[in-house]
Design a protein around this ligand. Sequence first.
Ligand SMILES: C[S@@+](CC[C@H](N)C(=O)[O-])C[C@H]1O[C@@H](n2cnc3c(N)ncnc32)[C@H](O)[C@@H]1O
Length: 228
Amino acid sequence: MIKQIPDKSIDLIIIDPPYLIKNTNGGSRTRLAKSIRNMNNQIKEKNLTNGIQKEILKELIRVQKNINIYIWCNHKQIPDYLEYFVKNLNCKFDILIWNKSNTTPLYNNKYLTDKEYCLYFRKNGYCNPQSYAEAKTVYYMPINKSDKNKYKHPTIKPLKIIKTLIKNSSKEGDIILDCFSGSGTTCVAAKELNRQYIGIEIDPEYHKISIDRLNGILANGQTSMFMS
Ligand SMILES: C[S@@+](CC[C@H](N)C(=O)[O-])C[C@H]1O[C@@H](n2cnc3c(N)ncnc32)[C@H](O)[C@@H]1O
């Protein structure tokens, strides 16, 4: 679908493509391990473990007026993105971090998985935080279990963080693209901040959830009083 978007038409891209995850199976039989295994199985069934194809990056560059892009990823993907955007394209970059304060306590022979990375690349891109708080690069925030339940997406991102990124790197009326839109978090944030938005989502179930969410309807069919 991105091929249908004209050259140099997008002001800001925020994407959260599938992460590159090799092993989603855990061996332990504890209740905690089982619930994590269930969530990981859901992530695997929905093909959210294969990373991103490099060809899409060319398209992302093509559609932007200036390179102005946030990409969520895990630590394994950081070197490839840095090579592509910084080494090859000479972009400025920042590494933003969502530190999940309530991450699952699994640290057998490893550190906690308590961070998600959001890489910001720009070349003449707009970055203009309006306050000290909005200029910070680390977000301390729990995993949003209530949003996960409301919108049934296993890797939903916090609306508050996405709104900060949009405020910092776009102006009212700008066009924002999220071509891995999941439950529609970027589109909802853009709508609430008077930006235009394009969301692309391959999975019909998530697509419907995101359309309903934009219309204020929860995944269980109830109308939400507040678009949160
Ligand atoms: C990590 S999730 C995004 C979650 C989103 N940030 C949210 O807050 O709900 C990635 C999404 O990309 C979708 N996806 C994977 N491959 C895609 C493709 N080729 N085109 C469009 N969407 C795709 C998946 O179905 C999944 O919903």
